[in-house]
Structures are given as C-alpha cells and as structure tokens.
Design a protein around this ligand. Structure first.
Ligand SMILES: [Zn+2]
Length: 87
C-alpha cells in the first residue's frame, strides 16, 4: 500500500508537469525526471493524451485552436521518443 501510494504520487507529479516538459520549460534535472518516468511507467504514457497535449500547448502559446505545424511536430516527437524508450 505504501509502495502504491508513492508510485501514484510520482505519477501525479509527472502528469502535472508533462506540459512544461513538452514545452521545454523545465530545467535539465526535471526534464530528465519526467522523461525517465514516462519511459518507465506505461500507465502515465497511456493516460497521456497526445492530441490533448497539442491543444493545451497551442492555447498556451496562441490562444487559438489551430496548432502551428512546428509545435505539433515537436510534441509528437517528444511522445515518440518517450514511447520508444519504453520499448
Ligand atoms: Zn507513472
């Protein structure tokens, strides 16, 4: 039960910061922590919605609903890298 609680907390923190991660807003240590967690935790990767992430970043940057191509491409690349590391 303690292990499960700890793991859930780590997942929660990861999902809280995943948009900053995708937006390259984190320092290197936090960036590595998120990347490592996503690579190790299939649950987080599954609960992470790529389309929602793109929309969230677009609204943060542009306040509109059209995703700039470079932004969408960067998000998809980050997710692809994380999924590859998961194996
Ligand atoms: Zn997780």
């Amino acid at each position: 039960m303690n292990d499960r609680q700890m793991s859930n907390d780590e997942c929660w923190q990861t999902l809280q910061r995943v948009y900053e991660f995708l937006d390259n807003e984190l320092d290197e240590a936090s960036d590595d922590a998120i990347r490592a967690h996503l690579a190790a935790c299939e649950e987080c990767l599954d609960s992470f919605d790529a389309e929602l992430a793109v929309k969230t970043l677009v609204s943060r940057h542009c306040g509109g609903d059209v995703a700039p191509q470079h932004l969408r491409a960067r998000v998809m690349m980050q997710i692809t890298v994380a999924r590859r590391q998961l194996g």
